[in-house]
Design a protein. Structure first.
Length: 188
């Protein structure tokens, strides 16, 4: 098993909340089902860089690794695979039909003893993870997940999702490998 996180792809469009305060809505995704009371957040596409150079259209316009945004093609490809691990919430975007993935599966799978963590000195909370180590047995059958310690910052996917995205030809999405079970076993 391998675990990845979403990675921004240079040259592809972004999506931003029209009201900057609405970014907190996405950071608040904590594994709780939201669809019943969901009010679509108003967003806009960023289609060019600061110098006016156009960005390519993406099946995953970048918002952040904690809340992946998808166009209909990506939703169609991933909906069945993600199953109950996440819900697709509509966004209010006049330029495109976009949905944001609210990851519902929260798994206590990060090995806090073996991962290399940087903590805030004042609170002890995790600032960043320099090297992820996961409890593989807790991730069997999981496709997309968050860990309790990093709810606001990262959504993870397993290799099954990455392979599906790559074989489907979806564009503008990247993944960064953060953990490989086979390599981890060899180091033990």
């Amino acid at each position: 098993m391998k675990v990845y996180r979403f990675s921004v792809q240079a040259g592809y469009e972004w999506v931003v909340a029209v009201n900057h305060a609405d970014f907190e809505v996405f950071r608040g995704f904590d594994g709780t089902i939201r669809i019943a009371g969901w009010r679509p957040v108003r967003v806009k596409l960023v289609r060019q860089d600061e110098g006016g150079k156009p960005y390519a259209e993406s099946d995953f316009p970048w918002l952040g690794e904690h809340a992946p945004v998808m166009r209909p093609r990506a939703v169609d490809v991933l909906r069945a695979t993600l199953g109950e691990d996440g819900e697709m919430l509509p966004l209010d975007c006049p330029e495109a039909d976009l949905k944001v993935l609210n990851v519902l599966r929260v798994v206590d799978a990060l090995d806090l003893e073996r991962s290399k963590l940087v903590r805030f000195p004042s609170t002890g909370r995790i600032m960043t993870v320099e090297s992820h180590i996961f409890h593989a047995e807790r991730l069997r059958g999981v496709k997309v997940f968050k860990v309790p310690e990093l709810l606001r910052t990262e959504a993870f996917v397993t290799d099954e999702v990455v392979k599906l995205v790559e074989s489907s030809g979806l564009k503008g999405v990247g993944f960064r490998l953060v953990w490989d079970e086979a390599s981890a076993r060899q180091r033990v």
